[in-house]
Design a protein around this ligand. Structure first.
Ligand SMILES: [Zn+2]
Length: 277
């Protein structure tokens, strides 16, 4: 398919420091799991079939790379967490009904399972990120047509952040890269306050963070306990219990904590400031 070819090209020429680079590598693995591709004129979808292992059906818009990446991210999310396309790992098992699979391999109670996986703290955190992005793009120099599309997409994410966070931020990053962002040839006087690049940087940060989490899958849920024990002596964590505390909005990490987590969890972040919205 021509779009997959284009995705390959994009991943070849993209700057290696751009988080899209590893994201596109991750998506290449997902492509192998797709058994059915279909064009649609609007929207798109990624549906899982649970028939002797997972395969996927993807519907997307012809020629729209951002849209294709969006749908493949749904697949990457499902593969990372195996939680019915929920965009974060939880260790919630109570109230999650067993998966009901029909003769064609489709899950018939996905929505009920998704509701059971909903986690207020995670959803708040993801919503805050999305609204930060809306704020930043609103005050940016990005042309009004593109700005409108970006804001629409971010608002779409805010309606269902538990299902559409990773997808929406990554799709927008594809758009921006296609538009030639970040702008690097700014006159010195304006470069510090060039809002479009500030928006771009924040978006990259979130995309990288989401990618790292997906790469780690559900592994960090068990690791939290270990780090929790460390926390007693180091006062690392005030309020984490059973979730991945790096993403809990109220936890402020000191340098020592940042160091431990960076090493131990393989997660990169740009200082603790970014963890406290
Ligand atoms: Zn979606």
């Amino acid at each position: 398919m021509k779009e997959l070819q284009k995705l390959k090209q994009l991943s070849t020429f993209i700057n290696p420091n751009n988080p899209l680079k590893p994201v596109l590598e991750q998506l290449k693995q997902m492509v192998h799991m797709v058994t059915k591709w279909e064009y649609v004129s609007t929207s798109g979808s990624a549906v899982c079939r649970y028939l002797g292992g997972r395969t996927y059906e993807i519907r997307y818009q012809e020629g729209n790379l951002g849209n294709l990446v969006h749908e493949l991210i749904h697949v990457a999310v499902n593969e990372a967490y195996d939680q019915d396309f929920i965009n974060y790992p939880t260790n919630r098992t109570i109230d999650v009904p067993d998966r009901v699979i029909n003769a064609n391999g489709y899950c018939t109670n996905e929505e009920r399972r998704q509701i059971a996986f909903m986690d207020r703290d995670w959803i708040n955190r993801l919503s805050v990120n999305l609204s930060n992005l809306i704020d930043l793009v609103t005050h940016s120099e990005i042309a009004s047509t593109e700005k409108k599309l970006i804001i629409e997409k971010l608002k779409y994410g805010m309606m269902n952040p538990h299902k559409e966070y990773d997808t929406v931020i990554t799709q927008i990053l594809v758009w921006l890269v296609q538009l030639g962002y970040p702008i690097i040839t700014l006159p010195k006087t304006s470069s510090k306050t060039y809002q479009a690049n500030i928006f771009y940087d924040r978006l990259e940060f979130y995309v990288r963070e989401a990618y790292n989490l997906r790469s780690y899958g559900r592994g960090h849920i068990n690791r939290v306990i270990r780090i929790n024990q460390l926390s007693d002596s180091d006062h690392l964590i005030r309020s984490c219990t059973n979730r991945y505390f790096i993403l809990t909005p109220w936890v402020k990490l000191n340098d020592r904590a940042t160091q431990i987590i960076t090493i131990d969890m393989g997660v990169n972040f740009c200082g603790s400031d970014a963890l406290v919205p």
